[in-house]
Design a protein around this ligand. Structure first.
Ligand code: FE2
Ligand code: FE2
Length: 262
């Protein structure tokens, strides 16, 4: 089982919340926008429960992937708790009602391969954002947290790529659903992330940071002019690798989709 290999690799790269010295936070360097970003990260990471629930519902016939989903979930819970610990060390809190509103499971994707593809995109996106924000912030403890989480997200992307490829090898009829997903998430002039798409407009979130608050801030202040294009390119390249179909532009994705459904 691939998930056993993953588990053993993660044992080697695993970090602990107790390794982070929250007492060493340099409060003089913490700017209000850092708190906005960290709150946004907590809200994004807290969706792990909905995602694991959705995976276990959608892949009852795949023990290996389901095991990976649980291992993955542990790391995402850790991200949620680590970012929360950072906020708490600064006397900041997110109301439980906001986090709890993230609990409901995700509905199944159009096809299981599309669900996996969605997660490739979300991991690549969060990996890119955390990595860039880690360089941008000027507070050492937050830098460490963001670097740690960003590396985890890169590993997660790698595994979701593995499972998407495997699913498509076994279910080639699901290709169109994958291409449709790539097109949906990379065709606009903004960062689209499943948490923002599926958990938009919840009453409990009004007036609170959401994951999209962080993405908007990232694009406006951190990413630079080419940041969004670079991210969307990275996503398309990953799917070229998965499918073997060249996808260096949005029109190529559209063409590939048209061919897959014809
Ligand atoms: Fe995460
Ligand atoms: Fe992740």
């Amino acid at each position: 089982m691939h998930s056993i290999e993953v588990f053993r690799q993660y044992e080697g790269t695993h970090w602990k919340i107790s390794d982070i010295d929250f007492a060493a936070i340099d409060k003089t360097r913490v700017k209000p926008e850092y708190l906005t970003l960290v709150k946004s990260a907590v809200m994004g990471e807290s969706n792990v429960i909905a995602a694991v629930h959705g995976f276990l519902n959608e892949f009852p016939d795949d023990y290996d992937f389901s095991s990976f989903a649980v291992v993955w979930g542990y790391q995402e819970v850790q991200h949620h708790y680590a970012f929360t610990a950072y906020l708490n060390a600064l006397g900041e809190h997110i109301p439980y009602s906001a986090v709890a509103s993230m609990r409901a499971p995700y509905d199944p994707g159009t096809r299981p391969a599309a669900t996996l593809a969605t997660n490739v995109i979300s991991e690549l996106t969060v990996n890119t954002v955390y990595k860039a924000v880690a360089k941008w912030v000027d507070e050492p403890v937050l830098q460490v947290l963001l670097k740690n989480a960003s590396l985890d997200e890169a590993h997660h992307a790698r595994e979701f790529i593995h499972y998407t490829k495997k699913r498509l090898d076994e279910h080639p009829d699901e290709l169109a659903s994958v291409l449709e997903t790539v097109y949906f998430y990379t065709a606009d002039d903004r960062i689209k992330h499943p948490v923002g798409i599926f958990k938009d407009g919840l009453e409990e979130l009004s007036g609170h940071e959401t994951i999209d608050t962080g993405f908007e801030f990232f694009l406006d202040n951190v990413a630079g002019d080419d940041g969004l294009d670079e991210l969307q390119d990275k996503i398309r390249r990953a799917f070229s690798g998965i499918t073997g179909i060249p996808m260096s532009s949005n029109s190529q994705v559209r063409r590939a989709l048209a061919e897959a459904i014809s």
